[in-house]
Write a protein that binds this ligand. Sequence first.
Ligand SMILES: [Zn+2]
Length: 445
Amino acid sequence: MRTPPATVALRGRLLWFIDDPATAGEAASLRQIEDGIVVVADGIIRACGPADEILARAGDGLAIIDHRPHLVLPGLIDAHIHFPQTRAIAAYGAELLEWLERHVFPEELRYGESAHAEPAARFFLDELLANGTTTAAVFCSVHPQSAEALFAEAARRNLRLVAGKVMMDRNAPAALCDTPERGYEESAALIGRWHGRARLRYAISPRFAITSSPAQLEAAGALARAHPDCPVQTHLAESLAEIRAVRRLFAEAGDYTGVYERFGLLGPKSLLGHCIHMSEREWGALNRAGAVAVFCPTSNLFLGSGLFDLAQARDPARPVRVAVATDIGAGTSYSMLATMGEAYKVCRMRGQALDPLAAFHMMTRGNAMALGLGDRIGALEPGREADIVVLDPRATPAMAHRLERAGGIVDELFTLITLGDERAVRETYVMGVPSKPRDRRPRAA
Ligand SMILES: [Zn+2]
């Protein structure tokens, strides 16, 4: 584990949220300091305010890293991503179920070998940090070795990460299947070893209803009851063919959401990837449970799964919590900025608007709250962990050129999500330690 320097002070244009601008309005939610300083000691934010005030209080003793004129924000958070799919990204021509069989399962088979999983974990976390993502909720393969490799590498980097091995015991190659008993025991052992260690949390991860027998979903529910502080992550109502298959497998459940309800997998710590094709009953069930729908725009477009309905999810009559995510490898970008740019377009296809402030809230404080980490990360508040990203809204010629017609911060934020990606990330701090990987050259074949 890296030791953070005792005290570091980051100066720049600070921006974070203390509430959701979509419901509380801009004035009550946005905190913006045009020339501000974040003081970090031992990895924790100790003070945050206007530079002149902080400097007057601190005297000359403060070692300042000057990021002006760039934006300094809480680190970006990805609420749903698959560690073993970094080589299944950009796989041509299939819808969800065929894509899993043809491209994903053969790739995930390799993660039973630590010699494969360990370098893959280094690549995966490098890629997240290069994109300014400091926390993610991650699906590993079915093999405990894959989760071991990822947790060990995340611990070495002192990252706040949520992850779990997938549980799957049917409708997949035999070598990718555990059993209800083995899935339970291997998950419980990983919880014992990693949950709560360093900055790590374990997510109980039944892949989805198609690849888990009723006995395994029962076991996953028992595991969730035995470990009530572990989140549960899975997939729900992503594609129409998937929903038809779930109806055949669980004819008595009524609907897809009902399957997870029946096995005790729907609660305030449940992260449900996709939620595209949902009935009013299902939205109501998520609302009552306090569960989170995870919007994965690039993945949904890439597989042709459908268009997430943000307005329907947030219907004030029964609002459902929403997170956002890349869903690599069906997702097509590791960048949460690019992901929010596509989220905006999905909303446009639905005749809705996703304003840039709401987009930045979603990938910082919003996702932190969705992962149950709102008291630790996602804001530049004293006491929070100093996971911070520095963004340059003029990172490329096209972005700088566009911003010659800028109307203020909202234009800059919208340019970042529409045209930005890892090139806009100047630095990524993990607990106050600069952690953006440098000099990453593609490896020779
Ligand atoms: Zn997924």
